[in-house]
Structure formats: structure tokens, C-alpha cells
Design a protein around this ligand. Sequence first.
Ligand SMILES: Cc1cc2nc3c(=O)[nH]c(=O)nc-3n(C[C@H](O)[C@H](O)[C@H](O)COP(=O)(O)O)c2cc1C
Length: 188
Amino acid sequence: MYLRQNTMNKTIAFAGSNAKKSINQQLTTYVANLSNEIDFLDLRDYADVPMYNFDDEQSSGIPAKIQALYTLLQSYKNVIMASPEHNGMPPSFLKNILDWLSRAEGEKFLQGKKVVLLSTSPGGYGGANNLNNLKNIIPYWGAEVVATFSLPKFYENIEEGQLIIKNANKKQELMTAISALEFSTTEV
Ligand SMILES: Cc1cc2nc3c(=O)[nH]c(=O)nc-3n(C[C@H](O)[C@H](O)[C@H](O)COP(=O)(O)O)c2cc1C
């Protein structure tokens, strides 16, 4: 389900977490609110997609939700993807969806798209190690990673329940990262 969708928009943003209070989801909505030219997808709606299994794929094919997600992604030129870091890697939840997508119509499920990668964590690196892994694999899916941004110490950037990126350099870094996708932004 969308929180926001405009059929004219060329950019879709989502976070690869299934946590109710996902901090990467919070970072993603923060970014999506920087421009009304960004659509937002709640990937938690895909929490019931089964764990990838070759035998199930052979017998039952690609899950309908994954096929629909594949088709949806093809209607966008740009993707903003936030990935939590679990032990230096994307979490199983996101990896599972990406694995399924790579089976939908061949592995180039992001063909021709520009990707901005985001991450945040409570720790001092903000999930940056995980983004390095994703950055290396995404070109195999046909896309170009045009920028990455990691926000360390997420909870130090929360005020009255809202994400406020307090460090001016960090905020500028984020604005520069998403401006690689060329749309107008509104300061928050
Ligand atoms: C299994 C597991 C492994 C984790 N590994 C890392 C890690 O390698 N680096 C890191 O910065 N945070 C790590 N964390 C903390 C996550 O950054 C934190 O749980 C964060 O809230 C996950 O993002 P989300 O809220 O968007 O799901 C880990 C958390 C879990 C549950």
C-alpha cells in the first residue's frame, strides 16, 4: 500500500525493514517528504512473502505480490532504497524480497534505473558497511548507484518523536545525495 503515489512521479522510495518502528522507514519518509516528486512504498506490506525456496519456485512460480512489485518498479526511473544493517549485511527480510525480484523476469529487475541508497542505525557507522555490499551488487541488477547516505546514531537525531538531522554537514550530505536524482526539494 502507498502512503503516497502520484502517477507522474519517477521516483519511488522504500525501506527494507519489517519492523513496526523501523528507523530506516523513518529516514525514508523523511526523505520522501523532501519532495512531492517522490512516491513512498511501505515494504512492510510484503512481510508475508514466503522465504525464497527453489523448489517452491519450481512448483508454484513467483508469488503474485512479487510479480506485482516487479511490475510496479518498472514504472519508475529512480529508486531510493533504505537498508537496515544486520551483521554488516541487508536484513533477511529485504534480501528475500530482492532474491525473489531477481527471479521474476531475469536478474536485471532494476534495469536502467538510478538508485540512491540510504541507511541508518543506532551505531556510529549508520549501516554504511551494508551499503557497500549493496552498492557492489546493484549494478548486476541493471541499475546505477548514484549516491549513498548513512545516518549514524539515529536516536541522537530524534526530537519529540520526529527525525531532525541535527548535524548541518550530514543534512547537506543527504540533500546532495538525493539531488543526484534531479527533482525539486523542499527544506524540512
Ligand atoms: C540481528 C541484528 C544485527 C544487527 N547488526 C547491526 C550491524 O551490523 N550494524 C549496525 O549498525 N546495527 C546493527 N543492528 C542494529 C540495527 O541497526 C537496529 O536494530 C536498527 O533499528 C535496524 O533498522 P530498522 O529499525 O529500520 O529495522 C543489528 C540488529 C539486529 C537485530
